[in-house]
Design a protein around this ligand. Structure first.
Ligand SMILES: Cc1ncc(C[n+]2csc(CCOP(=O)(O)OP(=O)(O)O)c2C)c(N)n1
Length: 644
């Protein structure tokens, strides 16, 4: 069965109301059955959100036969734990059958995971980490505005969830950017895991929104279909520049007398006897044994929705080549490349390249881009958690989204936000400046030395570290056109253009960046220095010293760290001596990656790692490098000792 409600009507007809009642009974049955069959899950919040979900899907634009319809509205379930309610609702609306859901829920390999994931047809975003859903929805809503599209975004949130700080960041942002295409629905059941929301952490949810100029609608009975329909329809149809929140007073476990208002049922399924009692209350057959038998069969995978990347048509623009002898910071080369990409791709009626920064526009060199494409530049304020998550929402619409701030705030600060983008194939371009000891005088809190260690934990993200302004230019153009999440890091200082031995530009107009490919800056036979990023000039200085001492040393620049050019590492091993040098925590950086490649290939060669072995200090980058053995002279000494 499915249902299409007409939002122009003043109220629901009696047929529509009885259809909704019938749907509710089936969904309640499936919520309780699925969780009892799995022996885990979240029936309480599922039953309290259910009524609002059922009406929402009746109103919004969607088509179960085309889950990726361009014109569809987007539902983000910030409360990913109410997956039973979502799957039951989507089954009602024809995305799959209730049998698919009941036979597969929470089984390894099935298409129906414990928290909602986009492998389920109709689900837009993997969630479960509370507090992030509103930011994703804000990204989508802002993205639709930038694309001049009329799609709406609806986000379902919990009341306990509102204790998370990221939510207020998103609330402010939605108000600033007048996202009237956004509707928040809050399941205000006053309960969370450890008791009432008042006991666990008192909060005034409505005032969070009203003080930020949202349209706040309160429903005293959130289970009243007509009241919700009327409020939702009004919010859906207005265009006054004000986002809407519907605070829907609901009852946890609504509809099952002995479960209502008991916090335990937030996350506990019914035991066998209680399930039988609940089925009797609902007036439906108890199908536990039937589905339990079916669940002994191998898990079905045929509903699993494969991820499809949005189709992109991005021009890389014309590369900028910086001449030999130029000294320029890589972040300026980034800013120039970003502006050039905007010039090549952005039109007033069609923005493709977008950029977000967090009160650091000048430092991350986004000023030129902002001036060229004001509609596509987003100043998110000092709200990095929101900004990182929002970037995922924007990027998932096919907007090429650059998120730029200092390394410490683009990586460590928002580790779990980037992680969710990774789950969601979001294709965010995290371009961080002020990475490593190269940050200098601002000191260790600002010296991001863990970007590789952290990003390597994600399965779907690349890590690129340019060595000079020319390589920066080419990497930025490459990532704009290549789908996928990526981290690009750069230091703060001015750095020389890298040249070949004959003095000509190394990354010249013929060079194009390739992921997974190292650059042999110098060839040599006695040893190899493997390096990247801000320490490349120091390594080149070491190379000069070693050359003067009569050593033939190769220098391999690994701008592409993930994926890593393992063949080049093995070629380096052929020299018999390998030293890695990096402006990164020595234990979690390139050195350890190279060591693993060598060990797995059974290479018993002379191998050492140089990197940041303790928190840096506050001082000139050259002095900080020298203090940790990362200056040219120290690198040359270390390698000389290895050469014997
Ligand atoms: C960031 C984060 N912290 C903790 C949890 C664990 N957790 C899951 S649900 C929940 C309570 C949510 O309460 P509420 O939003 O009121 O949802 P309801 O209990 O009404 O379903 C918690 C703490 C989580 N999923 N994410």
């Amino acid at each position: 069965m499915t249902l299409q409600l007409t939002m122009q009507s003043s109220e629901l007809s009696s047929e529509e109301l009885s259809t909704l009642q019938e749907m509710r009974v089936r969904c309640a049955k499936n919520i309780l059955l699925s969780t009892s069959l799995a022996g885990s899950g979240h029936p309480g919040g599922s039953l309290s959100t259910l009524d609002n979900l059922l009406v929402t899907y009746g109103c919004m634009r969607h088509d179960a036969s085309q889950p990726d319809l361009e014109e569809r509205d987007r539902v983000i379930m910030s409360i990913g734990h109410v997956s039973p309610a979502v799957y039951a609702t989507l089954a009602e609306y024809g995305y799959f059958t209730e049998g698919d859901f009941l036979s597969g829920f929470r089984r390894t390999g099935s298409g129906f995971p414990g928290h909602v994931e986009r492998i389920v047809p109709g689900v837009e975003w993997d969630t479960g980490n509370l507090g992030q859903g509103l930011s994703t929805a804000v990204g989508l809503a802002h993205g639709f505005k930038i694309q001049n599209r009329s799609n709406k975004v609806i986000v379902f949130m919990g009341d306990g969830e509102h204790q998370k700080g990221q939510i207020i960041e998103a609330i402010r942002y939605a108000s600033k950017y007048k996202l009237d295409n956004l509707i928040v629905v809050i399941d205000r059941n006053h309960l969370q895991i450890c008791g009432t929301t008042e006991e666990v952490m008192p909060q005034s949810i409505r005032s969070l929104y009203s003080t930020n100029n949202w349209d706040v609608q309160y429903l005293e009975d959130g289970h009243d279909y007509n009241a919700y329909f009327q409020t939702f329809s009004r919010a859906y149809q207005k265009s006054d520049g004000v986002p809407t929140v519907i605070v829907s007073r609901t009852i946890m476990s609504k509809g099952i007398s002995f479960m209502e208002n008991i916090p335990k049922y937030h996350g506990s399924p019914l035991d066998r006897d209680s399930l039988a009692k609940a089925m009797a209350e609902l007036g439906v057959e108890d199908e536990f044994e039937k589905w339990n038998a079916i669940r002994q069969q191998p898990v079905a995978t045929d509903t699993i929705q494969e991820y499809k990347a949005p189709e992109l048509s991005v021009s890389g623009g014309t590369p900028l080549v910086y001449e030999a002898g130029t000294m320029l910071d890589n972040r300026s080369a980034y800013g120039n490349a970003l502006l050039s990409l905007a010039e090549a791709n952005n039109r007033d009626d069609n923005m493709i390249i977008t950029g977000i920064s967090c009160d650091l526009e000048g430092s991350v060199k986004m000023g030129g881009f902002h001036k060229h494409s004001p509609k596509a530049y987003m100043e998110a304020g000092i709200q990095e958690h929101h900004a990182a998550t929002m970037a995922g929402g924007l990027a998932s619409l096919g907007l090429v989204t650059f998120f730029s701030t200092f390394g410490a705030f683009a990586v460590s600060e928002v580790y779990n936000q980037n992680r969710l983008n990774d789950f969601n194939h979001a294709s965010v371009k995290v371009v961080a400046t002020h990475v490593g000891l190269d940050v200098g005088e601002d000191g260790p809190t600002h010296q991001c030395i863990d970007y590789l260690g952290l990003f390597r934990n994600y399965y779907r993200s690349s890590v690129f570290m340019p060595a000079d302004p020319n390589q920066t230019d080419r990497i930025i153009r490459y990532i704009a056109a290549a789908p996928g999440n990526v981290f690009v890091g750069m230091g703060r200082s001015k750095t020389p253009v890298i040249t070949k031995e004959d003095g000509s530009v190394f990354f010249d107009s013929d060079y194009s960046f390739q992921a997974g490919k190292g650059d042999w800056l110098r060839r040599g036979t006695d040893a190899t220095l493997i390096t990247y990023g801000a320490v490349v000039p120091a390594v080149m200085e070491a190379w000069e010293i070693l050359k003067a001492a009569g050593h033939s040393v190769a220098v391999l620049n690994m701008a592409s760290l993930v994926p890593l050019d393992k063949d080049a590492v093995l070629q380096a091993a052929d020299t018999g001596v390998v030293l890695t040098v990096e402006d990164h925590h020595v234990e979690t950086g390139l050195g350890s990656m190279v060591g693993t490649v060598l060990a797995e290939a059974g290479k018993g060669i002379s191998f050492k790692r140089l990197g940041v072995s303790q928190y840096g200090g506050s001082g000139k980058p050259a002095d900080l490098y020298a203090s940790q053995g990362l200056d040219g002279k120290s690198i040359a000494e270390t390698l000389s000792a290895m050469l014997g």
